[in-house]
Ligand binder design. Sequence first.
Ligand SMILES: [Zn+2]
Length: 290
Amino acid sequence: MIPSAAPSFILKAPRASAIAAPVLLDSPHSGFDWPADFQPAAPHSAILTACDLFVDELWSDAPAAGATLLAATFPRAYIDTNRAETDLDPALVDAPWPGPLAPTDYSRRGMGLIRRLALPGIPMENRPLSVAAVEQRITQHYRPYRAALAAALDAIHTRHQVAYHLNLHSMKSRGNEMNVDGGAPRPDVVVSDRLGTTTDPAITNWLAQRFRTAGLSVQINDPYRGGDLVGTFGQPARGRHSVQIELNRALYLDEAVGARSLNFNALRATLAAITQDFCGYTRSLSTPTA
Ligand SMILES: [Zn+2]
């Protein structure tokens, strides 16, 4: 097995000048370092649309506000950390999968752990991957990223007795037929908590209201309800609260070419202010031990 040349994530601790907050932001889909074994058949432009381009940069002021920031370095089209490890379409590998599989609706729509489709009608690969190739993606990228997220949340929980996790994404301004909402136009922000199960709903409502105060349109659990990361790490009964945040790409991106738009810095400043307020809000809810 060839070890990965690059680490699979970047972890930034709260800035020393900030008061640490019980907050972790994670951006699982904004990575764009191309692993050497990633030679997809789909065109680069199609793969770009699967990435949450620049989302880590949009939220990069979080450490200055007292939050921890974790971001994946590899593309989501290579392996998707926001899927269960068992959410694999067996048709994508060239031999029987050696472990348990439980493909979900994500796999059926071509966007499971390993993507079948870059875009509707555009397959990622011309032929199935080897079992070893997929195992390599899991052991070198998927598991290290999720382990880093788990460890960072554990450290925050140990210190503050509670942890608030914001799982960061972006969404196309209109979905396509791979998406649950088809081609409907989308709001500026979708905040989701798997229908109130991954966090105290007061946290979801606080965030929705804060985005609205910033002049952004918000929907809760519609059309997105929250993926596997918030479903796995959000355990409010144990003081672990996870909320998924989807930003409409039209707010900050020229979607046709995948470049930052003129509004990028203004949105980044808005998100910095929201993060600052969220850190203050959650500090008021926690009792740090050190
Ligand atoms: Zn995403």
